[in-house]
Design a protein around this ligand. Structure first.
Ligand SMILES: *[C@@H]1O[C@H](CO)[C@@H](O)[C@H](O)[C@H]1NC(C)=O
Ligand SMILES: *[C@@H]1O[C@H](CO)[C@@H](O)[C@H](O)[C@H]1NC(C)=O
Length: 520
């Protein structure tokens, strides 16, 4: 079984990567070497790029994005129409002026049109991106017509981004694009950024700016770590007292249902999934303020100390609350997955509480409090299963031996031993997200960035490299380091709160990958 799951995992890795060129920073180089990239400003580097030396011109008065004849998405496709306006703006620095172009003749080396063709019967214009979305695209830039083909709108969005990155100004300031061919698809289906809006409340405009930046970098998952010990800014319709009491401020520091909707739609228009995380049973101090009896009362000797610990796992009311709460969450957030947390559960309060001790005895758990944690998580997973969502859990839940559904996604975050953990989780057959090497809050100096680009997420298994030598020579996921296109486009100040989690490995889906390398 082990060998089988390892090889299945690899097929995926071979099937999909945003960049495979070998021009990665040399291990021994301490100072980064600054030089012009032969790929211009492309970021991340597409799978296949051929940029010719033939410069073509673009002009804001003649150029337009159009829907190709035969495209399954047309004028009613909000995702594309919105993207056309956005990218016109990026490229020409302002909105298109209508009907200016009628009589202007275009030169033989001018690109006047980018025709966008969605090729699969279901363009997904009105849907949401998901873990199985096909994000591939092919772009051919020529005069007078450039062509972008993609099976779904999600791939077309990436193609439009690539097109915009190919445009530069010549020495006279004229918009220029070289004749180019690009064929691209992502290496990993899940390329995420975690933002924590509990420890610090993040205003909506910061969230939207992050989504914008993610789209420019072809990230496709916003992991919204929306609540934690410090505050509960999510305004629940079912339990409004949670944010009323648990937010930093009940009106100014909350996300209303309208706010959440706006974030989700803004993300959808950029091909980004929004996965909320409601972390329990630990990290829940803020929940206790608005929900009586949800948290465990801690004891000091024989008397309650007045402080509270993790969610109280021995009360039926806890599970009634969770059922109603996650029912709401499942209808508010359209994505197929919800993140259930489960990390860093502190057992000391449970240990102090005589009712919990009694329950432990009744259940035959002895002194093993991870069994109590598992008891809670098991019931929570059953509750969430009834909402028809898939779930993601932090690695401790797997480590503690909780019985998991085979399609559970295990999120590896702990810095030490993450290779061994990846090995364990994938060998057990679970889909995995790896975040451990990319905690961006550890960056204290610019040079620190280098190591983040050198991580090869599939290097956790020596057997892997041995069996599949083609994996070697893919030293990094973002092989070009082009300062101009990178930090210049990341809006301050949110960058420090980003934790990317680009790696979702799907060991079970090797077969379809071979025939359809892009969206798996
Ligand atoms: C675009 O073409 C010009 C020549 O017109 C060439 O100097 C330049 O290197 C090309 N750009 C890229 C990124 O290949
Ligand atoms: C909790 O629910 C279980 C199963 O429905 C029941 O057997 C038990 O008596 C309930 N406990 C309390 C304290 O209500």
């Amino acid at each position: 079984m082990r060998a089988l799951s390892v090889s299945a995992l690899l097929l995926l890795a071979l099937g999909c990567c945003w960049g495979t060129q070998d021009n990665f920073l040399d291990e021994d180089v301490v100072e980064p070497v600054i030089q012009a990239s032969k790929y211009g400003s492309l970021w991340p580097l597409p799978q296949k790029v051929q940029i010719s030396d033939v410069p073509l011109k673009l002009s804001g008065t003649t150029f337009e994005f159009t829907d190709a004849k035969g495209s399954t998405a047309g004028a009613s496709c909000s995702v594309l129409q919105n993207a056309y306006r956005r990218y016109f703006d990026y490229i020409f620095g302002g909105p298109k002026k209508q009907k200016m172009s009628r009589n202007r003749r275009s030169g033989p080396t001018e690109v006047t049109e980018l025709q966008v063709s969605i090729t699969s019967p279901d363009s997904q214009c009105d849907g949401y991106p998901g873990v199985t979305s096909d994000e591939s695209y092919e772009l051919s830039v020529d005069a007078p017509v450039a062509v972008l083909k993609a099976p779904t709108v999600w791939g077309a969005l990436h193609g439009l981004e690539t097109f915009s990155q190919l445009v530069y100004e010549d020495k006279y300031g004229a918009k220029t694009i070289n004749s180019t061919k690009v064929s691209d698809f992502p290496r990993f289906a899940h390329r995420g950024i975690l933002l924590d809006s509990s420890r610090h409340f993040l205003p909506i405009k910061v969230l939207l700016a992050n989504l914008e930046t993610m789209a420019m970098n072809k990230f496709n998952v916003f992991h919204w770590h929306i609540v934690d010990d410090q505050s509960f800014p999510y305004l629940s319709r079912t339990f409004p007292q949670l944010s009323q009491k648990g937010a930093y401020h009940p009106y100014t520091h909350v996300y209303t249902p309208a706010d959440v909707k706006m974030v989700i739609e803004f993300a959808r228009l950029r091909g980004i999934r929004v996965i909320p995380e409601f972390d329990t049973p630990g990290h829940t101090q803020s929940w206790g303020k608005g929900q009586m009896d949800l948290l465990t009362p801690c004891f000091s000797g024989a008397a309650p100390s007045g402080t509270f610990g993790p969610v109280n796992p021995i009360l039926n009311t806890t599970y009634d609350f969770m059922s109603r709460f996650f029912k709401e969450v499942s209808s508010v957030f359209p994505d197929g997955y919800v993140h259930l947390g489960g990390d860093e559960v502190d057992f000391s309060c449970w240990k102090s509480n005589p009712d919990i001790k009694k329950f432990m005895d009744e259940q035959g758990f002895g002194q093993d409090y991870s069994k109590l944690e598992s008891f809670y998580i098991q019931k929570l997973l059953d509750i969430v299963t009834t909402t028809k969502k898939g779930y993601i859990i932090w690695q401790e839940v797997f480590d503690n031996g909780v019985k998991l559904k085979p399609d559970t996604v295990v999120h590896v975050w702990m810095g030490s031993g993450s290779d061994a953990e990846m090995n364990k989780v994938t060998t057990a057959g679970y889909t995995t997200i790896l975040s451990a090497p990319w905690y961006l809050d550890y960056i204290s100096y610019a040079q620190d960035w280098q190591k983040y680009y050198k991580v090869e997420p599939l290097n956790f298994n020596a057997e892997t490299r041995h069996t599949y030598p083609r994996l070697e020579g893919q030293p990094g996921t973002i092989p070009e380091r082009d300062g101009k296109n990178y930090l210049g486009r990341v809006p301050d100040p949110a960058v420090l709160s980003l934790v990317p989690e680009p790696y979702l490995l799907r060991p079970g889906l090797a077969e379809p990958l071979q025939g359809r390398p892009a969206g798996f």
